[in-house]
Design a protein around this ligand. Structure first.
Ligand SMILES: Nc1ncnc2c1ncn2[C@@H]1O[C@H](COP(=O)(O)OP(=O)(O)OP(=O)(O)O)[C@@H](O)[C@H]1O
Ligand SMILES: [Mg+2]
Length: 370
């Protein structure tokens, strides 16, 4: 069947088919000669530049724009002169008819016995960027709404109590009842202050000392084992060669404890695992070299990875789990990971998370002096 199809294909005029395929590519393809003059453009390129064959072919490439940030010098020095492929992930261009666009470009050299040509592939990015932006904005918006809803709920509860107590105070004159009311007012206002403090995040200076990270992790494990009524397996996978690290030990414990607790809660509440409630949590330590994450670079880093076999993070909140008040737990404040991120930030480290059904892992990277 397949060989018949292949034979039929061979019998048709391959070059006609390829020509049609080439013309119908959604990627814009342009061929430039050594003087950067356009010698060929497919249909998609003509659409992108809004130019017909006559005005396109024979035109100098840079004259097709009134402004552009395409790195032509690199294309000439790398692709044309050395035969190296070049990729520019984003260039801003203004065409001669004043339309703006963002494009991605790749250049490759093709050579026959007479000449070297540049094959340029261009792809419009506007739609992708708009889509990413829209999805990012939607997540931000949802996170802000969740935060406000959570905050309103947390503040309204104690406020109701405070108001009730104040009303009682207006009428009650007995010492006992007055004490009861003032105690309630103090209790509830303290609760609100604590909530606002937690929302503002940790603000004390770090008390850094040299510490053995495995001892720190052991204390966390011991604490979480006390709460571990469900026979969740804790697996240790330590690199014993890791030297002492200068950190605020209490804060690192707080971060790891929240992540381990989250993992335990996820395993216990896993619907797919209702009867057995079993699973495992693995804590791994490693040394990483030459790390570059976002705008942070670390020559040497300590990696602490905490992974679990729970259901994975809910897809609806995965993009925003480090935001305050993002939670899907009954009674959860959604502050654990937001505080964890602030604390790791204060250590000039980095924390990230990856999750899919059946697996969640948090990675903490802390700068390590070797
Ligand atoms: N290991 C995990 N597996 C599945 N979901 C997780 C895991 N870790 C975190 N999450 C999700 O991330 C949310 C935010 O976690 P975070 O620790 O910030 O808040 P919380 O645990 O809900 O409340 P708090 O820690 O303040 O008591 C959790 O509600 C949960 O939905
Ligand atoms: Mg938590």
């Amino acid at each position: 069947m397949f060989s018949n199809d292949a034979n039929n294909f061979r019998n048709t005029n391959i070059s006609t088919l390829l020509q049609a395929a080439w013309q119908n590519l959604t990627t814009s393809v342009i061929l430039l000669n050594q003087n950067l003059i356009v010698i060929y453009a497919n249909e998609s390129a003509k659409e992108l530049f809004a130019l017909g064959e006559k005005r396109f072919i024979g035109q100098e490439f840079s004259a097709l724009f009134s402004h552009h940030t395409i790195d032509l010098a690199r294309i000439t020095s790398h692709t044309l002169q050395q035969g190296i492929d070049c990729h520019q992930h984003r260039a801003d261009v203004v065409f001669i008819d004043s339309r703006h666009a963002k494009i991605a470009l790749s250049s490759r050299s093709i050579t026959d016995e007479n000449q070297t040509l540049i094959l340029l592939e261009c792809r419009r990015l506007d739609e992708e960027i708009k889509h990413d932006l829209a999805s990012h904005q939607m997540h931000q918006h949802n996170a802000a709404r969740t935060l406000i809803r959570g905050l309103a709920h947390e503040i309204k509860n104690p406020l109701g109590g405070i108001r009730g107590a104040a009303q009682l105070l207006q009428y009650e004159t007995y010492q006992n009842e007055r004490d009861e009311c003032t105690n309630l007012i103090i209790e509830q206002t303290d609760r609100l202050t604590e909530l606002v403090d937690r929302l503002l995040g940790p603000n004390q200076l770090l008390k850094k000392t040299a510490c053995n990270i495995h001892q720190t992790l052991e204390s966390v494990m011991k604490l979480s084992m006390l709460e571990n009524h469900n026979h969740i397996k804790l697996i240790k996978d330590y690199d014993p060669s890791i030297p002492d690290i200068i950190v605020d030990e209490g804060k690192i414990q707080q971060v790891v404890l929240n992540i381990v607790r989250n993992a335990q809660q996820a395993i216990i509440n896993n619907e797919a695992n209702k009867d057995t409630k079993t699973g495992s949590i693995r804590i791994k330590t490693r040394i990483r070299h030459q790390m570059r994450i976002h705008n942070k670079s670390m020559k040497n880093a300590l990696q602490i990875q905490i992974s679990d076999t729970g259901p994975g993070i809910d897809q609806n909140i995965i993009e925003t789990i480090f935001f305050p008040m993002v939670t899907n737990k009954e009674g959860g404040s959604g502050l654990g990971l937001s505080i964890a991120q602030t604390l790791i930030d204060q250590h000039n480290g980095y924390i990230d998370c990856e999750s899919w059904p059946g697996h969640t892992e948090f990675n903490i990277y802390l700068p390590l002096n070797l």
